[in-house]
Design a protein around this ligand. Structure first.
Ligand code: A2R
Length: 317
């Protein structure tokens, strides 16, 4: 049996490759965008641009994967404001290309589509915790494209009897995450301060937003569980079920850093629109798979700080 991870060269892909090896125990093929490099041990690496409509079906026919994980995306909210066209092309048209290729196969692989908790968008306090059937009110272009991905997959699963399971994954964090994302950004700044590379001030955006942060190593275990036990056509929240104020995360990072650090609001880091609280109800996921997150927040932050401490090349301006 074989697993294929599409869009594996990003943050989640290498962790997922390891989880597939450990949990699904099958041969793994991963794809990266042509012209880019990635170094994931123990897997076969192939090129695939999901915008290249004609390239997906031959690759699937060639590899014949039983499990397919769709991670490929323009995944940054802030970039989606700056480049909405690219975000729509990759996340909507690219996903449609993949769905059409899978539909044309002579067999029915199990496919996991990685979506986002951002899809829920504007949430009233009485809608917390958010259930999967919650009405979607996306608050940014990235969220809108991921909602589109989810709806297309849901239509294809029903219309063509495809084995598609969709996630709405809430914020992930872990060693190796791009500093475009908030926890990684703060950890990087803290280590730069420890090493005397910036003045002792962490520059922050909106600290009062509450988000649900899950260690990426827990997230990928959720994905391997869901692709096995999720019901086709269904959507599952993936998160801890407990939102935390960004300010508390920052406090924890400062507490775990060896430097003395002040905090300053940087207007450039404030998003045009922000959603105050996003917190999932995890009942459906738990009932389907029995998955719960296992890594404590403090451990994740320690590992992220250590990752920056050991990789000076990630600290340069
Ligand atoms: O930008 P690159 O070269 O690293 O490639 C990214 C890849 N990707 C594509 N792959 C194939 N064809 C494309 N046209 C294309 N455009 C982008 O998707 C990258 O390797 C991968 C996404 O990785 P990250 O941006 O690091 O996202 P992450 O955190 O791994 O999240 C995985 C999935 C995404 O669908 C998120 O929206 C979702 O989980 O939450």
């Amino acid at each position: 049996m074989k697993a294929l991870i599409i869009g594996a060269a990003g943050f989640v892909g290498p962790y997922l490759a390891e989880a597939v090896r450990n949990n699904l125990k099958c041969e793994t093929v991963v794809t990266k965008r042509p012209g880019t490099r990635t170094d994931i041990p123990g897997v076969q690496i192939r090129d695939l641009d999901i915008m290249d409509e004609g390239a997906i079906l031959p690759l699937l026919q060639d590899e014949h994967p039983y499990y397919i994980f769709h991670l490929a995306a323009q995944s940054s909210v802030s970039r989606s404001w700056k480049d909405p066209g690219l975000t729509v092309n990759v996340n909507v048209k690219g996903t449609l290309n993949l769905l059409d290729a899978v539909r044309q196969l002579e067999y029915k692989p199990k496919v996991l589509m990685a979506g986002s908790g951002e899809e829920y968008g504007y949430i009233d306090p009485d809608e917390i915790p958010i259930k999967e059937e919650q009405f979607l009110r996306p608050g940014n272009i990235y969220a809108a494209t991921k909602a589109g991905q989810n709806m297309m997959a849901s239509v294809y699963a029903q219309a063509y009897n495809m084995q598609l399971v969709m996630t709405r994954s809430f914020n992930h964090m872990g060693p190796g995450q791009s500093p475009v994302f908030v926890v990684s950004d703060f950890c990087r700044q803290a280590v730069r301060i420890e090493k005397g590379l910036q003045d002792p001030v962490i520059r922050v955006g909106n600290l009062s937003s509450k988000r649900d942060f899950t260690d990426v190593r827990d997230v990928v275990n959720a994905y391997t569980a869901l692709i096995q036990f999720g019901v086709p056509g269904e959507t599952y929240n993936v998160g801890t079920g407990k939102a935390i104020e960004i300010r508390s995360l920052l406090d924890k990072i400062i507490e775990l850093s060896s430097a003395k650090i002040d905090v300053e609001v940087d207007k450039a880091k404030l998003r045009p629109v922000d959603v105050p609280v996003i917190e999932p109800d995890m009942t459906k996921m738990y009932k389907a798979t029995g998955w719960t997150p296992a890594i404590p927040l403090e451990q994740t932050i320690k590992d992220m700080l250590d990752h920056y401490r050991c990789h000076d090349e990630l600290l340069n301006d």
